[in-house]
Design a protein around this ligand. Structure first.
Ligand SMILES: Nc1ncnc2c1ncn2[C@@H]1O[C@H](COP(=O)(O)OP(=O)(O)O)[C@@H](O)[C@H]1O
Ligand SMILES: [Mg+2]
Length: 509
């Protein structure tokens, strides 16, 4: 006997080619809010689908004990009959049906004659809506309410099924702060009524707010379950990525060679208002094997610098000189910049960096199609082969290279962008916010790739808003403020204080 309402033991689940869960254990105490965290792809959703019968008994190994009884669910209805209700990451409501119809779908409120009793349906629905704090008419159609409210309808639906264990898979991912708050408070309110919840989230502030304990899953394995009192952000991140925070950045021993790129007096004006100087006489250089950072606050001119340098993609009033290995070059168009061996991976990979409706293969070859041409046509087999090599060497998580890049996670999209530029064989790579919006684990992989490129003798310029990141991976950093370079420090001397001082230095007026 145990006080736990749920025990999952030795759960293993494989998909063709992927071991999504291996020997996972999960214990949930009766009446608690239990958070499950882990990076994208860790196996959280799969575990919950095993629990709720989406993956029926027989398709996984291991045991599920619910309320001291071994359960072998055939499907969702089976688990719901026991009081387990899952609300999926993708909501499953019917947009053209009303709130009340959705709540009682497949569980219709019928009168004695066997017909649907609409008065009862709407009346019962109103009571449930009041319980979840949703002020909407039960006859309103789902498509007329926002996601936050739809989430509440899902919970109302769960309550109609006399839920004992409510599972919410990343419920706040699509919600604004206000709706998230409401939802989290509701979970706490349901807890007072004795309902146990499992909430999947990687938002640490949410976990701190609602969770009584947290189980961290990494690579399909349970790492540990932490009690509320022992939950710290450091511990969760460490569990999630398997590394200490001090080891967030891979080791890097620079072998710095000759100067590759030098930019002199680079100046760029605002495209619409040419009286505004956005980049002001910037002088900088990068040597072979060197990783150079550009730090600056929002609006300092970092992206404007990079874009104006890369084929004059920013503004038209641009002046200054660029030297590659001591010889002056022109970078008046993107093609010209690429021909000279300069690559720029933009901060906005969704708009400029990738063609999201194209597959991985074409996105990788895009900047180097000339290399793949034979008799004026792109050599398909060769293109496929090259892309596949990058899929392996860059660890792009996709079953093959025909997958559309729009379907990939942020980290994997970034690896495609980097593959594209690496394949173009540049001498200098400018990376603008290379890790924005991606998982901690994937960040580490990106840093390792940057190190590898530097070790091959390329010159790397990294632009980042995260100062710790720049100080973690660069050999030397420049500070940019109001379009001007206000200082340059070797990383050993670049304390956050020193950098911030330079980054906030104003123009003498
Ligand atoms: N239906 C499926 N077919 C094949 N692989 C899957 C399927 N569902 C999940 N996976 C794989 O299993 C792993 C865990 O996925 P998932 O449980 O969705 O992770 P999480 O919810 O933690 O982000 C991933 O590698 C994912 O690609
Ligand atoms: Mg998931």
């Amino acid at each position: 006997m145990t006080t736990n309402i749920l025990e999952m033991q030795g759960i293993t689940k494989t998909f063709p080619g992927v071991k999504a869960l291996s020997n996972v254990t999960l214990g949930v105490a009766r009446g608690e809010v239990h958070a499950i965290c882990g990076e994208n792809g860790a196996g959280k959703s799969t575990l919950m689908k095993v629990l709720s019968g989406v993956y029926p008994h027989g398709t996984y190994e291991g045991d599920i004990v619910f309320e001291n009884e071994t359960v072998e669910f055939k499907d969702l209805t089976d688990s719901e009959a026991k009081g387990i209700v899952i609300i999926h990451q993708e909501l499953a409501l019917s947009p053209y049906l009303s709130i009340a119809e959705n709540i009682f779908l497949n569980n219709e409120q019928k009168s004695r004659s066997g017909l649907i009793d609409w008065n009862k349906t709407n009346h019962e629905a109103s009571k449930l809506l009041a319980r979840v704090g949703l002020r909407e008419n039960p006859t309103t159609k789902i498509l007329d309410i926002g996601v936050g409210k739809q989430q509440l309808v899902e919970i109302a639906k769960a309550l109609s099924k006399r839920v004992k264990l409510l599972i919410l898979d990343e419920p706040t991912a699509a919600l604004n702060d206000e709706d998230s708050d409401h939802l989290l408070n509701l979970i706490l309110h349901l807890k007072e009524q004795g309902i146990t919840s499992i909430i999947i989230s990687h938002k640490l502030n949410e976990i701190k707010k609602v969770a009584d304990s947290v189980t961290v899953i990494r690579d399909g394995k349970t790492i540990e379950t932490i009690a509320k009192a022992d939950v710290t952000e450091d511990r969760i991140i460490k569990d999630m990525v398997g590394r200490d925070l001090e080891h967030r950045y891979p080791d890097h021993t620079p072998h710095i060679g000759e100067e590759l790129l030098r930019v002199e007096d680079w100046t760029a004006h605002h495209p619409q208002d040419t009286t505004r100087v956005m980049v002001d006489k910037v002088n900088l250089n990068v040597r072979a094997g060197e990783i150079v950072g550009i730090a600056g606050l929002m609006g300092a001119g970092r992206t404007e610098f990079a874009m104006s340098l890369f084929g004059h993609s920013y503004g038209s009033k641009i002046s200054g000189s660029v030297f590659l290995r001591g010889k002056e070059i022109k970078t008046r168009s993107v093609a010209e910049a690429i021909d000279h061996g300069i690559a720029y991976a933009t901060e906005d990979r969704k708009t400029y960096g990738l063609n999201l409706i194209e597959d991985i293969k074409r996105n990788i070859s895009m900047a180097s199609l000339k290399k793949l041409e034979k008799y004026g046509l792109v050599h398909d087999n060769e293109e496929y082969k090259v892309a596949n090599e990058y899929r392996h060497s860059m660890n792009i998580k996709a079953p093959n290279v025909l997958v559309k890049t729009g379907k990939l996670s942020g980290g994997n999209q970034q690896k495609v962008v980097l593959s594209k530029w690496i394949y173009s064989d540049p001498q200098v790579l400018i990376l603008d916010e290379p890790t924005r919006g991606i998982d901690v684990g994937a960040k580490y992989e990106i840093y390792s790739i940057i190190n590898r490129l530097a070790a091959e003798g390329k010159g790397i310029i990294v632009i980042s808003s995260e100062l710790p990141e720049l100080l973690g991976i660069c050999d030397r950093v420049y500070a940019l403020s109001e379009g001007r370079i206000t200082g340059e420090l070797p990383v050993a001397e670049a304390t956050p204080e020193a950098m911030l001082k330079l980054m906030t230095m104003e123009k003498p007026r």
